[in-house]
Ligand binder design. Structure first.
Ligand SMILES: [Mn+2]
Length: 400
């Protein structure tokens, strides 16, 4: 994942729908697989190993050939690249660190941290979210079995490090975040923002919307909380991003779809705003009873109605509190991981302007499981965008 890639994917089969289990382009397979496993095994056979080989060559050159006693001659003396997973410098998925952000447009995907928790109204700690997510992301390889995607072979990805946030000033921090995200989006690279508390949802979408030349942006928002009130504790906080985002001229409230809302932590002022502005709200029960597929179809329909791009804002607290102890406002009764991952996979069958994962607070996390699901949501989003042919988007270097 260290070099720009010019051509399209080397994948022989790119389903545009997750239910396409056709094996017509696959090699001959035995009959011992379930339907999804059959797709997965067949897809793996079509994936190249070109970038992996390049990574190995680069590792041996820069990290020196391993000691004489090492039998595997692909192993360098100094760890360079994916292995071992416990070694190395913690960028996201061990993507190269791009110090010169002016070069970001040379890459398909750019990861950037927004380490800010001045918008939290209860538990803080999300300023360590980007670090926590990067750390556990080292556990992941670039390949997903079920998705049949190898990110290393498909896209070039860099980690830009973190935005210089201003801990004592939320408005200056918002300006920094908008400028950073706008810069990445305008470059043509796909922004992956590691929060940070959910107050960053306003400046991230503002950064993108400002670069759209008046075209409209929809928002798909996973959360237990509506986050649509104007102020909280007398300021714009992590309970307020969508009030302000949907005040932007090209971010209509009618294209804001809020998924997983519920419980005892949804402030009434925000509910009233959503009612007035006609945001779409689906509770966890709504999604489960209508089915995740129908719920995802509804979300896409709303977010894409008359818009030109859609931003994905994922608050980890949409999951049941049992799965996300490391978050600002844990709320029981949320989604199961497999439900939310299925939902994300369906959403990412359409293009996205970018994604943010927010409210991961490592100081409250147990065994890194909140950071782990944060990483997984990002990887599944990228994998599905690749599988559907939306990444890489090298043909539009100046943005969609
Ligand atoms: Mn929330």
């Amino acid at each position: 994942m260290d070099e720009p890639q010019d051509g399209p994917l080397g994948l022989g089969h790119q389903p545009t729908h997750t239910h396409d289990r056709s094996s017509e382009h696959h090699p001959v397979l035995h009959e011992h697989y379930g339907p999804e496993a059959r797709y997965a095994v067949g897809a793996e056979a079509t994936l190249p190993t070109t970038k992996h080989q390049e990574e190995i060559r680069r590792g041996l050159e820069l990290g020196l050939q391993g000691a004489d006693s090492i039998n595997d001659k692909t192993i360098p003396t100094f760890s360079r690249g994916e292995l071992p997973h416990f070694a190395g410098i913690n960028t996201f998925l061990k993507a190269p660190y791009l110090e010169d952000v002016r070069q970001v447009g040379n890459y398909d995907v750019a990861v950037l941290g927004a380490p800010y928790d001045g918008g939290t109204t209860y538990r803080s700690g999300t300023r360590f979210g980007p670090q926590g997510i990067r750390k556990i992301s080292a556990l992941y390889g670039p390949y997903s079995f079920e998705l049949g995607v190898d990110l290393r072979e498909s896209i070039s990805m860099v980690d830009l490090g973190d935005i210089f946030t201003i801990p004592a000033n939320i408005e200056k921090t918002f300006d920094q975040i908008s400028k950073a995200v706008g810069h990445v989006y305008a470059s043509g690279a796909f922004p992956v923002v590691l929060g940070g508390d959910h107050s960053i949802g306003y400046p991230t979408t503002r950064g993108v919307a400002d670069e759209m030349g008046g075209k409209k942006l929809g928002i798909i928002h996973f959360d237990r909380h509506v986050d649509t009130q104007e102020t909280d504790l007398d300021e714009r906080m992590h309970t307020t991003p969508w009030f302000h985002a949907t005040n932007l001229p090209n971010v209509p409230a009618k294209n804001l779809v809020q998924i997983g809302i519920g419980g005892w932590q949804a402030p009434r002022p925000g509910v009233a705003v959503g009612r007035e502005r006609e945001t779409t709200v689906l509770t966890v029960t709504d999604c489960v009873e209508m089915g995740i597929e129908a719920a995802a179809a509804r979300a896409l329909e709303v977010a894409w109605d008359g818009t030109d791009a859609v931003w994905l804002s994922f608050d980890v607290d949409c999951l049941d509190a049992a799965f996300v102890p490391g978050t600002g406002w844990p709320e029981p009764g949320g989604f199961l991981p497999r439900e939310v991952l299925k939902f994300i996979q369906l959403v990412a069958e359409r293009p996205l302007a970018g994604i943010e994962v927010v409210e991961c607070s490592p100081p409250y996390d147990n065994a890194e499981i909140t950071a782990l699901i944060s990483t997984r949501v990002i990887c599944d989003t990228l994998g599905c965008l690749v599988r559907a042919g939306h990444l890489p988007r090298r043909s539009t270097p100046s943005g969609p």
